[in-house]
Structure formats: structure tokens, C-alpha cells
Design a protein around this ligand. Structure first.
Ligand code: PMP
Length: 323
């Protein structure tokens, strides 16, 4: 779908996958004016195809659009775009457990000019790709690298928007994580370098021994839809949930004293990943051979059971795509 200042949203269509042409002066190539979403289509045992909380992705994309001075795509256009693509790609939605069709809606400034201002011409696309199970050998705890030097998002910046620039800012830190034998990078807040924010592509949740789940509350992290759903499921089970600042020292001391009993990361791609080890230049939390926590794994099971239609969708989170 295209957007222009005069014409609004127009020209919705499904076209064969392939390169798109852009003017070399297209604003996105120079100023990074773009946003995206990540979601999945799941095939249920009866063959029907569903997606999870698309209204939440649409709303987040609208918030991202506001922050990046892009036009907001209405929720019904967003959901319709996914339905139309899946109608064409239905055969590509795999059946096996844990597999899905990954969906990537994105929007960018395509107007050609070299001044710094919001673009007047914008394009919105959705692409899709079948995805295998994230953990082929069973869900294993990951090691994460605490970045001492780099911030992902500054106070007042674009951290809460799903925009490429945030990921660009995280790439060097992600490479540093790999170089230190870790799978993901953990970012602290940009002002004090003290509070836990999130991983490069996942939110963080800590489980305390009294059953309370604690997750960082920050204006510079992405509000994960997986996290929101998991915390809802935990609340349904009677767990207390706290969204508040949590310092890296609280995590370190809590895990050393046994007050914190589980830690996990969550996001659309991996659903839930237990965190085994946090490594930094100065200290380590946990251990690389830690076993996945019990609550972590049972919340993971419950959420994936809802997504794959194996248990009742009591919150009305699923939207059917092929009917
Ligand atoms: N934080 C970041 C930086 C991410 O890229 C993602 C993945 N979209 C998340 C958190 C988790 O968000 P969600 O659960 O909506 O996938």
C-alpha cells in the first residue's frame, strides 16, 4: 500500500516477491525513517490458519509511526494486508509443531529529497517466510552479554518504537556478545547505566521466590506483545506482576541470595528463552549449564498451546486469517 500527503493510503495489492526499486535519494536510505513489526501465522491441527493479537501489532505500529513522523496505518488495513498475503501464501504456512509463517509488515519513507524533514511519500509492505522451530534441540537456556559501553536507546529517543535505527545501534553490541561466547546482548538504561532494559530483540522477566514476576518499566524499551501476554497468563494463575525499575545489582544480588529463582527473555521469534548466564567484564550471574525454570517452561507451554489452538483461547487473542 502507498501513502502520499495528497492521496492518503492507496493502491493496495499483492505482488510476487522480488526486488523493489527506490530512488537513491529516498529518505529511508539516508535518515532511517522506517518502522516494522514481527508476527506469526500458525496452522492449527484442523488446517485453519491463525495469528496472535494482530490488533496489538497494529497499535504498536501506529505508536511507532507517530514517533517516526510516518502516517498511521489504520488497524483494519493492517489486518487486511496480512489476510490478503496469507490468502495467497496459505500453502506456505507449515504444519509441524513449533513452525509458522513469519510475517514482517514494514513502512518506509520513499520520497526522494535530501533535506531533513518527514517524507510526504511512504510505502507499506508485508513480506512472509516459513520459519522452523526456533529451538530444534529443545528449549535451552541462553547466555547473555551485558554491554558496558553501548546503549540501545537514549532517554527521549526512539527506543519504544520498532524502528531500524534502534537495531542499527545494537549491532556492534550484538557482535560483542557473540565474541564473548554469548547469544544475545543485554542493555542497561542510557542515563545511569544501572537499570535493566531489554535484550537486542527480546524483553526480560525475572521470577522471585515468592512467585512475583518483575519486568523493567522503561520508556525506551519495546513494549513486547509476548511479554504482555505471558504476564497476563501469570496473573491468571495468581502470580503477582510488577512493572518497575530493576537494577542489574538487584538481579545479581537476588540471584546470589536465591530471591530470584528464574530469569527469561521473551519475544515473538523464540516465545520464551530461559536465561542461564549473564556475563559482563566484571561479574557473572547464573551459569551456562543452568536448567530452564519450571514456571518459565510452563508459561511457554501455555502460550504456545494457545497460539497453536491446543487449548482454549480464553482472552480472545487469536484472529483467523483464512476465512
Ligand atoms: N524488544 C525488542 C528490542 C524486540 O525487537 C522485540 C521483538 N519484536 C521484543 C522486545 C519483543 O516484542 P514482541 O514480544 O512483540 O515480539
Amino acid at each position: 500500500i502507498c501513502w502520499s500527503e495528497q492521496g492518503g493510503w492507496h493502491r493496495p495489492r499483492v505482488q510476487p516477491y522480488g526486488p523493489i526499486s527506490l530512488d537513491p535519494a529516498a529518505a529511508v536510505l539516508h535518515y532511517g525513517q522506517e518502522i516494522f513489526e514481527g508476527m506469526k501465522a500458525y496452522r492449527h491441527a484442523d488446517g485453519s490458519i491463525w495469528t496472535f493479537r494482530p490488533e496489538a501489532n497494529a497499535a504498536r505500529m501506529q505508536r511507532s509511526a507517530r514517533r517516526l513522523a510516518l502516517p498511521e496505518l489504520p488497524t483494519d488495513y493492517f489486518i487486511e494486508s496480512i489476510k490478503q498475503l496469507v490468502a495467497v501464501d496459505a500453502d506456505w504456512v507449515p504444519m509441524a509443531d513449533g513452525t509458522c509463517l513469519y510475517l514482517r509488515p514494514f513502512m518506509f519513507a520513499k520520497e526522494a529529497f535530501l533535506g531533513v524533514r518527514p517524507a510526504h511519500k511512504v510505502a507499506y509492505y508485508v513480506i512472509a517466510s516459513p520459519a522452523g522451530s526456533y529451538f530444534s534441540g529443545g528449549v535451552a537456556p541462553v547466555s547473555i552479554w551485558l554491554s558496558a559501553e553501548y546503549s540501545r536507546a537514549a532517554h527521549g529517543g526512539t527506543g519504544a518504537a520498532k524502528t531500524g535505527g534502534n537495531y542499527a545501534a545494537s549491532l556492534l553490541a550484538q557482535q560483542e556478545a557473540y565474541d564473548n561466547g554469548c547469544d544475545q546482548v543485554l542493555f542497561l538504561d542510557s542515563r545511569e547505566g544501572k537499570y535493566v532494559e531489554e535484550l537486542g530483540g527480546m524483553n526480560v522477566v525475572l521470577v522471585y521466590k515468592d512467585g512475583t514476576l518483575v519486568t523493567p518499566d522503561s520508556k525506551s524499551i519495546l513494549e513486547g506483545i509476548t511479554r504482555d501476554s505471558i504476564l497476563q497468563l501469570a496473573e491468571d494463575r495468581g502470580h503477582k506482576v510488577e512493572r518497575r525499575n530493576v537494577s542489574i545489582d538487584e538481579w545479581r544480588e537476588g540471584q546470589a541470595s536465591g530471591d530470584i529463582v528464574e530469569a527469561f527473555a521473551c519475544g515473538t521469534a523464540a516465545v520464551i528463552t530461559p536465561i542461564g548466564l549473564v556475563k559482563s567484564n566484571d561479574f557473572e550471574i547464573g551459569s551456562a549449564d543452568a536448567v530452564a525454570g519450571e514456571l518459565t517452561m510452563s508459561l511457554r507451554q501455555e502460550l504456545t498451546d494457545i497460539q497453536y489452538g491446543r487449548i482454549e483461547d480464553r482472552h480472545g487473542w487469536l484472529t483467523r486469517l483464512d476465512a
